[in-house]
Write a protein that binds this ligand. Sequence first.
Ligand code: GLV
Length: 309
Amino acid sequence: MSLLISIPDSMRPNSLGSALLSLDPKLEIAIGQKNVQTPAEVEFAVVWKHPQGLLKNFPNLKAISSYGHGADGLLSDRELPADVPLVRLTDSTMAKWMSEYLLTVVLLQRRQLLEYANDPGFSEWGTAVRLPGNNIGILGLGYLGQAAAEVFLRMDFEVLGWSRTQKKVDDVVSFHGKNGLNEMLKETDYLINLLPHTPDTQDLINTKVLSQLKCGAFFINVGRGQTLVEDDLIPLLDNGRLAGACLDVFRTEPLPAEHPFRRHKKILITPHNSSATPAESVAPQILENYRRAVSGRQLLNLVDREHGY
Ligand code: GLV
């Protein structure tokens, strides 16, 4: 019986290994495929950006866990074993870090703080600069979306949310479906995209969608790069329809050095680090799913392969 960890070195696989062993010292853990002695003994795999085709080498896998909230990387493997259940993470620390990032960006924009970096005399001494728009529109009302909504509500923002299927979230004005999306957009000052990448969300955010936002709206993408038609964003920033954008995810990552987003004055770029996976915080749920998988019990956070998350 063993558990394989296949995640990039930058995500510190040894930290995850140690966190799991501190919860259960008897676990047999292989970090990286090269440390697997008997492939038939691997029953559970934790992966992120794993090599295509890797998982078909383990005939007795009982479940595969993504090492993040998203499962798109996992599902993009065309040789993924068809009958092995997939799970993903939902973690309160990851959600807290994400909410912190989103609040930071919204407040930077609302109080125009970055303007002072270019011009310390940006506003008259003693005069508060505070943009009036108060409506946050969140695309994706899953675990991360709901956590962010709570934070913005506590700060007295109006929170609107859109999801594929109808969701009821306390104090959030929620929308779903195509018409619901249009209704939400026209009320939104800050559009936050937290949607996963699925066949339904591919290219969803385009000129048509962004042009429905309130004039001078701000766009934040922390979901997936493939949901945004990148070429559609710049004209809307250049003609003033949108005030700015903060992008953490891109169609190609890392974002190529010559990409026009890098030079645009109204675009703030971060390197897909709005949140991260903290090993100590997620180890208990990985261990729980490992135990459930080997004993044939119902798994937590199952991925729906059809819908892509
Ligand atoms: C990060 O992108 C994640 O899906 O957790």
